[in-house]
Design a protein around this ligand. Structure first.
Ligand code: NDP
Length: 481
């Protein structure tokens, strides 16, 4: 079995503990894929040291030149879609088509950020004094830690590393324990793009050790985190004690509201796509449908039509449209929510069970599940399940739909399917979410700000120009000539 080390200062460095851990294919958990460094605080200290050493020269590298290297990285990602996509499917489980799509999207985000490296960095101001001027520049934050989840093992790291590099920062990257293999390949592409050693360092291992050490290291000026709201708020508290900046992309309980909608076919198609991609393990997945009673039966029929066409299987098999869940833990979490829903009397229209007798050997497969007539206060309706489970909530009218849409602690994305223009504007104004989608699912784009409100996030939105707020410090400069 191949053993993979950390990558620190451009070198393959074994973990200080000498220990490694194995990752498994969620489609066949008996299959060990490779071993990765089980790192500790000493590894974090050397990775942060390497980043701190590389940071000044990288910050001095002219922005347009940094951009050239990032354009190269984007092209390398584009060219590795198949190979890297295969690795994503092997360690994460999603269908190969989704994995290839993810790498393509990472290329698009890297390309946008490559351009950012050449764009204006500040403003000029008229001075209150004659013969003088004032202007601002954006300077790199310094060393940035990026702590990433397992659901998008390529695009989430690229979404953090590309802007960090574009604006002149050095990075220590900690991937999720379940998906370090994609991370390793990404580091290889970063190296092949010509980005200098030490500008990006990789440390694998447990979040409770590596993530904690990164968060507490005084040389780390900012932590960009994507994952659960629980860990995100814990991390923000620790970082804020030493006044380090944080960017948090957290959970969601994203509603699809359907009221006065003439095209229920299109609505159902969009909802099912956004609910079950990546087996529902997406922060922006549609994870509840809130539909007016008058059109609920017609919508439900159409939703079931599309759910029945989902082909669950090994992500590498041709024709698979939904892979297994990522891990045993995730499978048990989903089972727990579904059992609770069944016991509390919610109506199961489809699924509600694992698809293998022995998930530990045959894969963490869970059937696409649809619940109907779910009460608005049920855990199914308000908690982030992160699995292929779609609860349907029936309401009287648009006003009740908006009230229910806002009745969770999350505020990431929200969709509305309607034919009434007034509702479109009302929804965008009244629903608390970072991203509003009208008549389409919750898919984001590679250049548009991405983030959430309430427990869904904190700090600058990622993707697009808003990421600069996190990755740079503003300096105001006054000149008298
Ligand atoms: P976590 O929030 O635990 O993990 C996300 C990342 O944080 C991983 O790299 C993890 O490392 C790391 N981490 C864990 N503990 C710490 C810590 N104390 N300090 C710093 N970093 C830490 O998510 P899980 O993977 O456990 O998933 C649990 C739930 O979180 C899911 O069911 C889902 O609801 C939500 N989630 C949301 C995501 C999103 O996109 N918003 C993505 C993933 C999960 P390690 O992998 O080593 O534990």
């Amino acid at each position: 079995m191949q053993k993979h080390t950390n990558i620190i200062g451009g070198q393959r460095i074994p973990p200080a503990s000498g220990k490694y851990y194995a990752i498994r294919n969620p489609a066949r958990p008996g299959e060990r894929l490779a071993e990765f460094a089980d790192s500790n605080e000493a590894d974090v200290r050397s990775a942060v040291g390497a980043a701190a050493e590389a940071a000044p020269a990288w910050a001095e590298t002219p922005g347009p030149h940094r951009g050239v290297l990032l354009f190269r990285l984007a092209q390398l990602l584009e060219d590795s879609k198949e190979a890297l996509g295969r690795i994503v499917t092997l360690e994460q489980g999603k269908s190969l088509a989704e994995s290839i799509g993810e790498v393509g999207r990472a290329a698009a985000e890297a390309r946008f950020m490559a351009g950012e490296a050449s764009r204006p960095l500040g403003h000029t101001f008229p001075s209150e004094r004659p013969g003088a001027s004032c202007f601002t520049v954006a300077e790199p934050l310094g060393v940035v830690a990026t702590i990433c989840p397992w659901n998008f093992p390529v695009v989430t790291p690229v979404r953090k590393i590309a802007p960090a590099l574009a604006w002149g920062n050095a990075v220590v990257f900690k991937p999720a324990s379940l998906t370090p293999w994609s991370a390793l390949h990404l580091l290889d592409l970063i190296d092949r793009a010509g980005i200098p050693p030490g500008a990006v360092n990789l440390v694998t291992g447990a979040g409770s050790v590596v993530g904690e050490a990164l968060t507490h290291d005084a040389r780390v000026n900012g932590v960009s985190f994507t994952g659960s709201s629980r860990v995100g708020s814990h991390l923000a508290e620790a970082a804020s004690r030493r006044l380090a900046r944080v960017q948090l992309e957290l959970g969601g309980k994203n509603p699809a509201v359907v009221v006065d909608c003439r095209d229920l076919d299109a609505a159902a198609r969009e909802i099912v796509g956004a609910a079950f991609l990546c087996s529902g393990q997406r922060c922006t997945a549609i994870s509840r449908v809130i539909v007016a009673e008058a059109e609920a039966d017609s919508l439900v029929d159409r939703i079931l039509y599309h759910v029945d066409r989902i082909k669950v299987g090994d992500g590498l098999q041709t024709g698979t449209t939904m892979g297994p869940l990522v891990s045993d833990v995730q499978l048990r979490t989903v089972q727990g929510y579904v059992r609770q829903g069944q016991e509390s009397g919610c109506e199961v229209l489809r699924g509600g069970r694992t698809l293998t007798d022995d998930p530990q050997r045959e894969g963490y497969y869970f059937a696409p599940t649809v619940f109907d007539r779910v009460p608005a206060e049920s855990p199914l309706a308000v908690e982030e399940i992160f699995g292929p489970v779609l609860p349907i909530l029936r309401v009287r009218d648009f006003d009740e739909a908006v009230r229910v849409a806002n009745a969770t602690r999350y505020g990431l994305a929200a969709s509305l399917f309607t034919s009434r223009p007034a509702y479109m504007h009302e929804f965008a104004r009244r629903v608390s979410a970072g991203m509003i989608h009208i008549n389409h699912g919750t898919a984001s784009q590679a250049h548009v700000p991405f983030g959430g409100v309430k427990d869904s996030g904190q700090g600058a939105y990622s993707i697009g120009h808003t990421a600069r707020e996190f990755y740079t410090n503003v300096k105001a400069i006054y000149v008298k000539w």
